[in-house]
Design a protein around this ligand. Structure first.
Ligand code: ADP
Length: 359
């Protein structure tokens, strides 16, 4: 069942004396019941504005928002039954954790005192807050505040859950634990969820599907594997992946290869017209240092890491360095000559002008 649907959703901010800002330019999305969708994109691409429109905290310039098949666009925020956990937690400092959780429930009519207490206790147990129900926000760690914020969004049993950069204020260790907990809680409770993030790792590890956004437009929607393995355009290819994909500009030769320099010609995964300007994309892990075949390259740098190494190579006459993931056992010397090969099945070729993937 489609639980949340956005149809051609738009937002233009207009303020006197300033040019209008088209923050969201016609978004279409459909989330299945229980699905977790990651809305991923750089700062300023319109993620928060989209989230705020769904929550009813921002007016809509065009399009529609449907929850469970019904348009909610004319309903105020409190009548939408959408839970939001904000990046900055938005907890009430004078209230205890229990009071913070109860606050949203009490504001609703028809909730008896006993019901409120039962629901607070239930959600506190789920989100592991039982020991800190009497504490006040100031005394909590960032991870605990994040959980209270999540619990407050969940306690109202929302139809849709919106998470705004939920892990961004946590340190690396807390982030890993909280990420796993978040996934478990979302799975257990089965909420249809949009998670807004600029952090690709967060999106790749948590989301069932990811929508990659740029300049108010969704560039691609797909599972984490689809986004990673088959990026629809240069932006998605470049934005997702760490270390970033190698993007090498070239011109297609008469024998169907991309000419990166006089001496470096790369085979392409699909037939492309001669003379076309392209950008070949190869992920660092899809390149290998080989004994014989492969392109001659010079080692510029090699960073040995725990699980793998990152080698930076120079290809003859090619301006951009090539980044290659090596095995942890590999030892390379500065200026050493090596050969590097790309698996053609795993390379991508994009039109240099439009940035679109050529299939
Ligand atoms: P993100 O969440 O992806 O960082 P936002 O949704 O916050 O992006 O912002 C999208 C665009 O809309 C940006 O260019 C931002 O400057 C602009 N914007 C956001 N809120 C307002 C506002 N209240 N008035 C004018 N412009 C805004």
């Amino acid at each position: 069942m489609t639980e949340l649907e956005l149809r051609d959703l738009r937002k233009t901010f207009r303020s006197r004396g300033r040019p209008p800002v088209d923050a969201v330019r016609g978004i279409d999305l459909a989330l299945r019941s229980g699905e977790l969708l990651g809305l991923l994109g750089p700062s300023g691409c319109g993620k928060s504005t989209t989230l705020r429109m769904i929550a009813g905290l921002e007016s809509v310039s065009g399009g529609d928002i449907l929850v469970g098949g019904t348009s909610v666009i004319d309903r105020p925020a409190q009548a939408r039954n959408i839970g939001v956990a904000f990046e900055n937690y938005a907890l009430y400092p004078p209230l205890t954790v229990a009071e913070n959780l109860a606050f949203g429930l009490k504001a609703r009519r028809g909730n008896a005192r006993g019901d409120v207490q039962r629901k607070v206790a239930e959600i506190a147990d789920r989100v592991d807050l039982t020991g800190i129900l009497d504490a006040r926000p100031a005394g909590l760690s960032s991870g605990q505040k994040q959980r209270v914020s999540l619990a407050r969004a969940l306690v109202r049993e929302p139809d849709v859950l919106l998470l705004d950069e939920p892990l961004s204020h946590l340190d690396a260790a807390q982030r890993d634990t909280t990420r796993r907990e978040l996934k478990r809680i979302q799975r257990d409770l089965g909420h249809t969820t949009i998670l807004v993030t600029h952090d690709q790792e967060e999106a790749l590890s948590l989301a069932d599907r990811i929508a990659v956004m740029k300049d108010g437009v969704i560039q691609q929607i797909g599972t984490p594997y689809e986004i990673y393995d088959s990026p629809a355009n240069l932006f998605v290819a470049d934005f997702v992946g760490e270390p970033a994909i190698n993007l090498l500009p070239g011109t297609v030769t008469d024998d169907g290869r991309a000419r990166l320099s006089d001496s470096v010609h790369l085979a392409l995964p699909v037939p492309v017209t001669q003379g076309r300007e392209v950008v070949v994309g190869v992920r660092p892990e899809d390149l290998s240092l080989t004994g014989e075949d492969g392109l001659p390259a010079r080692v510029v740098a090699h960073e040995p890491l725990l699980e793998a190494g990152v080698a930076t190579l120079a290809l003859d006459g090619v301006e951009r360095p090539l980044v290659v993931l090596t095995g942890p056992e590999v030892r390379l010397a500065h200026d050493e000559q090596v050969r590097v090969a790309a698996d053609t099945r795993l390379t991508h070729v994009f039109d240099a002008e439009t940035g679109e993937l050529l299939r």
